[in-house]
Design a protein. Structure first.
Lengths: 156, 156, 156, 156
DNA sequence: TTTT
DNA sequence: TTTT
């Protein structure tokens, strides 16, 4: 089956830290919100308007651990993935839907420690005092995520 | 702001006809569900599993009219667009979210009349009887959508 | 290094058959030309103009073998990959450059045997005589290419 | 015609300044080399290997002028565009081919003046002394390129 | 609700 | 050299 394509490409900023969930079998996932902005001039008011779109990013296993290690709130990242809408029931038993981006690839555009992130404050102030040669691990890294765990029926 | 990217690329099949909505100012939008499939072999059962993902596609103005004219249920199309999650209140006043793909570009991979669509029955049976030279309007068409209307607060 | 992205997405038609090359170590690659079209209205003459762009697609190993099996001249395919420009010397010792698309993923939009391809004549005429239920293997297939061979210094 | 797709998405660093060319009719284009990197572990030597790929980016008209204004050597940018291979004759009359990326959209990830660019030295040292509120024009900007000039037979 |  |  197939002959279809489901691809998402985002560049945005993390709205929060990467939140990890660990599973019994040894797998894990990381989740974080990612903001993208769209700016246009309103034809009604002739003013510049900015809309922020929030995306729920889900990363798995080793890739999740790498993201947690290097990405913090405010960091900028390129995310490639698939759209997945999960169906769940709220307390009243109504069907609810939640759309996520299941990350298949990523590239860090800034990282926690490289001073390009105004919100990773403690680390950044250390950063700012250090010389450039003292930043050995801050190059962007693009690991290939490996997926070794069930894809469905996540309990959250 | 900006320096961000919000891009979706889909190839899938229409699950229904394009539904048009016309506005007072002369603008319009078309909506249709688009299915993409993901197939993999379950590690638990060793069986082939297919997941279908449904995307809510929204097209505007002339582009919507072209889609309505050429695309029918079952047709295959390439859609490029942006993810947009709209917030609304249900009857109980709870916040609800609905994620759409706002189409910015598309390419028809099959069209209503070209016989590649088992469900566009009446037209297709005509199609099947006609010679190839009698299919003057079935070439794929890729117009550039024009957007001339408010982007927000759509009442549906 | 990295923090970079090199991604190409094409939908086009094969201009020729997939040409396979086998290596001693057991690896192989397949090559084929892919045509994309751009159509616009000339501002000078007000005529419709079509430009065809030819892309040199390179696929590796199992993916190459799947492409060779299912794709023929005229077939339509979605190709995802990376741009790579190889440098070589011509007979006069001048540096020459050749740009290829190294395929990392693909989705068949038509295949050799499915009748959507006017040029795969012999197979197609068989196709046209057979019933729909006699087409067991013509569904689009999207394998994940595996790469098990050197990436560089290909002798052609 | 069409039903095809020719799309390139790059994130990379400028290898040189944007070089502008102005035409009599008032149009212009800007050109610059963009580097992307691919890093992998060689199976032969087990060493990390980095390949740099150079892309010839071509931007037109207003978009070119915005790029020239904000982008310098070393800056990082997201480029979206089309692959185009131009054919030309060398001095010996041999056919030669040159592949370019015709830019249709872009997003600045760093700019000349924002300190994220080691090569824009003079401006950067000023930058480093100034307060954040003194950086009024350094937000990333994503204009929509407009194309108002012939697409072909460029004399370089 | 699509398609193979 | 493809396709419409």
């Amino acid at each position: 089956m197939s002959g279809t394509l489901n691809k998402v490409m985002l560049i945005g900023h993390l709205g929060d830290e990467v939140k990890m969930h660990y599973f019994e079998g040894g797998g894990c996932i990381g989740r974080f919100p990612l903001a993208t902005n769209e700016t246009y001039t309103s034809k009604q008011t002739n003013e510049r308007v900015t809309n922020t779109e929030w995306h729920n990013i889900v990363v798995r296993n080793k890739a999740a651990e790498v993201c947690e290690k290097y990405l913090g709130k405010g960091d900028k990242v390129y995310i490639e993935g698939r759209i997945k809408t999960r169906k769940w029931q709220d307390e009243s038993g109504n069907d609810r839907y939640s759309t996520e981006i299941q990350c298949t690839d990523f590239t860090f555009l800034t990282t926690k420690n490289d001073g390009g992130n105004a919100s990773s404050n403690q680390q950044q102030s250390q950063q700012n005092q250090s010389s450039q040669s003292a930043k050995p691990r801050q190059e962007p890294i693009t690991p290939k995520p490996e997926v070794d765990m069930p894809d469905d029926d996540l309990p959250f």
